[in-house]
Write a protein that binds this ligand. Structure first.
Ligand code: GMT
Length: 380
């Protein structure tokens, strides 16, 4: 099938899922066209059946805000016509589902019927989409999508609660590609980060408020008093500076390494013992799943869809949001006993297998089939 994928191309989870899905679909023989404002960061070389179409938004002095949705809809119309695209898959409702619907409408005028699948990722529902400024447009775009998917049961329930949804929502969880984790890195240089007697704890995110970065540092502060350890912080975002300051105030500068954004998170995770994800809300927690696939145990909050990924007492432990003391206690419990830690790490790896791409990809293909079959009777 010829599929156009719209996503955010940066380091957020929705962009990662969209990119990895596109790559996997291309490997299965589909022709994939990414349409976004920058080449997605996880997309390596383009190939015969992976294409990238950049959306340009020309500057004009009259515009206080650049009309990205308009430029995106136009680019979609051109791309769909030029390449004979058969299906549109938009990741993250705002503004992609809205722009996708406009493209569908424009194409219908020319008797081109393009089905649209919308995947809800989390903050497009729980934080941004919920805002009264966006809610009517998000509700409309969800209802005008031919198929709607969400990345967890929890997100589905939240969407049904917050929005007046007329459509079915199919849950298709996020996934990992086992090929990426099958070989142990020969250059997994643990010694670059910590000495032999130290444990390595990792956090990866976009350092937004919702990630509760201050809790990550507070948990580590308690842990390092009991267990020789290092904390590796991967990512960039608005809370990073405050986190650096917090480390300075707690005297942790030597023990916390801020690495910035990385395209090589698997190389970092391969020498990690524990991953911290104390988020306020999290529709799924792809970062935790990627850590688990790298055989890393998880200490997390029990927010949103996290319990669907991190299994309490098996792959790690879950606590109420903000319960830093309990999270630190559980981390010490794991890190303080090598045998126990190894068991949880192995369990984490085993749980992650449920989410391997070969189990998930067919679910997307079924959804595409369903959307394509109903393209003429879709609501416009
Ligand atoms: O977590 C973020 O802040 C990024 C965000 C995004 O939209 O890229 O991630 C969301 O989508 C991911 C992929 O489906 C999920 O794994 C994350 O849990 C979800 N984030 C939140 O719900 C906060």
């Amino acid at each position: 099938m010829k599929i156009a994928i719209v996503c955010y191309p940066t380091f957020g989870g929705s962009g990662v899922v969209a990119t990895e899905l596109g790559i996997a679909l291309a490997e299965r023989g589909h022709e994939i066209h990414f349409v976004t404002y920058q080449q997605p960061v996880r997309l390596g070389l383009l190939s015969n059946n992976i294409h990238f179409h950049e959306v340009h938004v020309p500057e004009y002095p009259l515009f206080r805000y650049q009309p990205y949705e308009l430029a995106l809809s136009s680019k979609l119309v051109d791309t769909i016509k030029h390449y004979g695209i058969e299906l549109l898959h938009v990741h993250y409702a705002i503004p992609h589902a809205y722009a996708g619907y406009m493209a569908k409408k424009m194409l219908k005028e020319e008797d081109i019927y393009i089905p649209m699948v919308t995947t809800l990722h989390g903050t497009d529902i729980t934080l941004v989409g919920n805002h009264p400024f966006y809610k009517p447009a998000v509700t409309f775009s969800i209802n005008k999508s031919d198929v709607v998917t969400s990345v967890s049961q929890d997100l589905k329930q939240k969407t049904l609660k917050i929005f007046d949804v007329e459509n079915e929502i199919e849950v298709i969880p996020n996934f990992i590609d086992p090929k990426k984790y099958s070989s142990t890195f020969t250059d997994c240089q643990r010694s670059l980060m910590a000495s032999d007697d130290e444990k390595i704890i990792t956090h990866i995110s976009n350092f937004r408020k919702v990630k509760r970065i201050e809790d990550v540092i507070a948990i580590f502060y308690q842990v390092q008093r009991e267990i020789p350890s290092k904390l590796i912080m991967v990512g960039e975002g608005p809370e990073k500076e405050r986190a650096e300051l917090q480390c300075e105030q707690l005297g942790l500068e030597e023990k916390v390494l801020f690495l910035g954004n990385s395209n090589e998170i698997d190389r970092i995770l391969c020498f990690s013992d524990l991953f911290l994800l104390p988020s306020e809300t999290e529709s799924f927690g792809l970062a935790a799943l990627e850590a688990m696939a790298n055989k890393v145990a998880i200490i997390s909050s029990n927010a949103g869809g996290i319990p669907e990924v991190n299994k309490h007492g098996i792959s790690g432990f879950l606590s109420d949001v903000g319960n830093v003391d309990e999270m630190a206690k559980n981390a010490i419990h794991l890190l303080g006993n090598d045998q126990r830690l190894e068991k949880f790490k192995t369990n984490a790896k085993n749980v992650s297998k449920e989410f391997e791409i070969q189990n998930i990809l067919p679910l997307y293909e079924d959804v595409y089939e369903k959307a394509y079959k109903s393209r003429y009777k879709n609501s416009y």
